[in-house]
Design a binder for this molecule. Structure first.
Ligand code: ADP
Length: 612
C-alpha cells in the first residue's frame, strides 16, 4: 500500500501557506503579555541553572536599620553619609557610587561637612534621577565635589524581579550614564565611554548593550549570594573593616527595610535593595559573561527553521518516524533558549516553542486530513470504476448482442446477398455506435478531469437535432411513442459536435425510456434573445423535487426508473450536464410526477451565431 505521494503545486502552496500562517501566529503570540511573563519566568529559571559566581569586585556600604537607629534616623542621613564617606575615602577605594538623591538644601553645617567628605573621596559618582520636570541633580556644591553623575533608574518590572538596567537615559537633551557605568569608568581610569549602536567600550573593555530607543538595557548577571556588604555603623565601630574597601568599587546607599523605597528580587528570588542592584550591575560590567538579547531577525530565522523542519518532516515521512522526529524537534525547541543562554544569548522561550509546536501540529494535521481525503478519493475512484464497468456491461450489451447475433447468422446460414449486405451494414453501424459510446464516455471523463481540451468546431444545431431525432425514432416506435420535431432554428454552434449530439440523443432516449407507450415526445429548438434553447418534453413518469436535485449526479437513478424495468446506469445525465457546461451553457429541468418532464439545454449567445 506504499503509494508514492504526488505533490501538486496547489498542495505544496496550501501546505507551505498553512505552516507560514502557523509561524506568523506563533510570532504574534510572542508579543502578548502572557508570552512576556512566560519568557521572564523561563529566563529566571535559566538564571538558576547557569548561575554566575566569581569573587565580587565591589562592596556595598549599607545604611541599614542599625545605622539609622544608632545615628539619628533618616534625618541624620547626610551626616551618616559624610561619616561613611570619610571612612571609605581613608580606605582608598577605586571609585565610590552614592545611591542617594541630594537635591535639596538641608542643615548648612551638615551639608558643608558632607561636601568636604566628598571632596576627599576619590572618583566619586553622585546620583541623579529623572522626574517629570527633568533631571534632579545634586546641589551644586555636592556636584562640584564629585567626579561624575550617574542615573539610578532600574527597569520597573511588573513582577518585582529586577533583570535590566538602562545604561543610558536621555532627557531634555542631556544624556546620563548609569551610576554603575560611571563608577566602572572611573575605576578603569576615567577615560570617556566610547559608543557604537551595538555596544559601548570602557578603557578597551567591550560591553554589548545595543541601543533600544533612548536606552541601552543591560541584563544584570546577578552574582549568586550577593555582594559583600558592611554597614556604616559597623564601619565606624570597627575601622579595620575599611580595609575591605581598599582598591574596590564601593556603593553606598540605604538598605534599611524601614526606609528603602525600592526593593526588588533578583532572578534567584533573593531580595535585593536598590544599592545592591547598582553594585550587581557594576559586577556585570566588569565581568565578561554578558547576556545579550537575540536579535529579532535571529529569532525569526530560528523559528522559521523549526517551522520548515516540522513541515519537511511530515512532508517526507509518515507514521511513527515522522512523530519521532517531530518529538525531537520539539525537544530541541524547548532546549534552544537554554543552549542560547549558555552562550550568553537571551532567546525568547515562547517564540521558540510556540513556533515549533504550532508548525508540528499544523503539518501533522494537514497531512492527516489530506491523507484521509486521498483515501476517500481513492475509495470513490474505486466505486466509480466499478460503476463504469457496470455502465459498460449495460449500455454496451445492446450493440454487442446485435453484432454477435448478426455475425452468427452470417456464419451459420447461407444468406442471400441482400440479407448479408444488410447484416454487414448493421454490424458496421452498431460497432461504430459502440466505438462512439466508448469515445464519448472517455472524452467526458477526460474533460472533467481537465486532461483534455474540448474541440472548437462550428456546426449547425439543426443538423445535430434532426440526426438525433431520426436515430431515436425506431426506439420510440417500439413503444408506440411518437416523436415530434416542433421547431428548429438553424443556429451555428461552436464546440464539439459529437459531444453535443451525445447530449441531445441522451435526453431523447431518456424521454422514450421513461415514458409509457402511446405518449408523445416533443422537441423544440428556439432562439430566445442571446440564448439557444433546445427542449425535450415527454409525458412520462416524471420526477419529484427531491429527485430533480439528484439526477445530474453520477449513478443516480430514481426508484421509479429502477422499477420501470428500463436498463440504465444513472451516468448519462451527468455526462450531458458536463458537456453542456463545457459549452458554456446550463441545464434546466421541470417535471411533474406522473405527468412528464421537460429537459432544456440552454446555450449562451456567445457560442451561437446565425448559420449562413
Ligand atoms: P439512466 O437513464 O442510465 O438511468 P441518466 O443519467 O440518463 O441515467 O438519468 C438519471 C436518472 O434520471 C434516471 O435513472 C431517471 O431516474 C431520471 N430521468 C432521466 N430522464 C428522465 C425522464 N425523461 N423522465 C423521468 N425520469 C428521468
Amino acid at each position: 500500500m506504499k503509494s508514492k505521494k504526488r505533490w501538486s503545486v496547489n498542495r505544496i502552496a496550501a501546505y507551505s501557506g498553512a505552516i507560514a500562517a502557523a509561524l506568523v501566529v506563533a510570532q504574534l503570540a510572542g508579543f502578548t503579555p502572557l508570552a512576556e511573563r512566560i519568557d521572564n519566568y523561563a529566563y529566571d529559571l535559566l538564571f538558576k541553572y547557569y548561575p554566575v559566581s566569581h569573587a565580587a569586585q565591589s562592596v556595598v556600604v549599607a545604611i541599614d536599620d542599625e545605622t539609622l537607629r544608632t545615628m539619628g534616623g533618616m534625618r541624620g542621613l547626610r551626616s551618616i553619609l559624610a561619616r561613611g564617606l570619610e571612612s571609605i575615602a581613608a580606605a582608598r577605594p577605586k571609585a565610590v557610587g552614592v545611591d542617594l538623591i541630594l537635591a535639596d538644601e538641608q542643615d548648612a553645617v551638615e551639608d558643608a561637612r558632607l561636601q568636604s567628605a566628598m571632596k576627599s573621596t576619590p572618583n566619586l559618582v553622585l546620583s541623579c534621577e529623572l522626574d517629570p520636570k527633568g533631571w534632579e541633580d545634586p546641589l551644586p556644591g555636592f556636584r562640584s565635589a564629585a567626579a561624575a553623575l550617574g542615573h539610578i533608574h532600574a527597569d520597573q518590572p511588573h513582577d518585582g524581579v529586577s533583570r535590566l538596567v538602562p545604561l543610558e537615559k536621555v532627557a531634555q537633551g542631556q544624556r546620563r550614564w548609569a551610576l554603575s557605568l560611571e563608577v566602572f569608568r572611573l575605576a578603569r581610569g576615567g577615560k570617556p565611554v566610547l559608543e557604537s549602536p551595538d555596544d559601548i567600550e570602557v578603557d578597551g573593555h567591550r560591553i554589548p548593550a545595543p541601543r533600544q530607543g533612548s536606552e541601552r538595557p543591560l541584563r544584570i548577571r546577578f552574582l549568586r549570594g550577593g555582594i559583600p556588604a558592611i554597614s556604616v555603623a559597623e564601619l565606624l565601630r570597627n575601622p579595620q573593616l575599611a580595609g575591605r574597601l581598599n582598591n574596590r568599587a564601593v556603593f553606598i546607599g540605604v538598605t534599611a527595610l524601614s526606609a528603602a523605597r525600592d526593593r526588588y528580587f533578583n532572578p534567584y528570588q533573593e531580595a535585593v535593595q536598590g544599592v545592591e542592584i547598582h553594585a550587581q550591575s557594576y559586577e556585570t560590567l566588569a565581568g565578561t559573561e554578558f547576556l545579550a538579547p537575540a536579535s529579532n531577525s535571529a529569532v525569526l530565522l530560528v523559528c522559521a527553521i523549526f517551522a520548515a523542519a516540522a513541515g519537511l518532516t511530515f512532508a517526507l515521512m509518515s507514521g511513527w518516524g515522522a512523530y519521532l522526529i517531530a518529538a525531537l524537534l520539539l525537544a530541541l525547541a524547548h532546549a534552544t533558549p537554554a543552549i542560547a543562554f549558555n552562550h550568553g544569548v537571551v532567546f525568547p522561550y515562547t517564540a521558540a516553542i510556540s513556533s515549533a509546536w504550532l508548525a508540528v501540529v499544523t503539518s501533522a494535521a494537514f497531512q492527516y486530513f489530506s491523507t484521509r481525503r486521498e483515501l476517500r478519493k481513492s475509495e470513490s475512484d474505486k466505486a466509480r470504476y466499478q460503476q463504469a464497468i457496470h455502465f459498460v456491461t449495460h449500455e454496451m450489451r445492446t450493440p454487442l448482442t446485435a453484432i454477435q447475433g448478426s455475425s452468427e447468422l452470417m456464419g451459420r446460414y447461407n444468406l442471400t446477398d441482400d440479407k448479408r449486405k444488410q447484416m454487414a451494414q448493421m454490424i458496421n453501424s452498431e460497432s461504430k455506435r459502440l466505438a462512439r459510446m466508448i469515445q464519448t464516455f472517455l472524452d467526458v471523463e477526460r474533460l472533467s478531469d481537465g486532461q483534455m481540451e474540448m474541440k472548437r468546431e462550428l456546426f449547425d444545431s439543426r443538423e445535430v437535432i434532426e440526426s438525433c431525432v431520426d436515430r431515436v425514432r425506431p426506439l420510440g416506435e417500439r413503444k408506440q411513442i411518437r416523436i415530434f420535431l416542433d421547431s428548429t432554428t438553424a443556429d451555428r454552434l461552436q464546440g464539439d459536435r459529437e459531444l453535443m449530439e451525445y447530449a441531445v440523443y441522451n435526453l431523447l432516449t431518456n424521454a422514450v425510456k421513461y415514458s409509457p407507450s402511446e405518449t408523445e415526445v416533443h422537441v423544440h429548438s428556439v432562439r430566445d434573445g442571446d440564448q439557444l434553447r433546445v427542449t425535450v418534453r415527454d409525458q412520462g413518469i416524471g420526477m419529484n423535487e427531491k429527485e430533480l436535485r439528484n439526477i445530474f449526479k453520477k449513478f443516480y437513478r430514481t426508484k421509479k426508473a429502477e422499477a420501470s424495468g428500463e436498463a440504465g446506469t444513472g451516468i448519462g445525465l451527468s455526462i450531458v450536464e458536463q458537456i453542456v457546461l463545457h459549452h458554456g451553457g446550463r441545464m434546466e429541468v421541470a417535471s411533474v410526477p406522473g405527468q412528464g418532464s421537460t429537459f432544456t439545454i440552454v446555450l449562451p449567445a456567445n457560442v451561437t451565431a446565425p448559420a449562413k
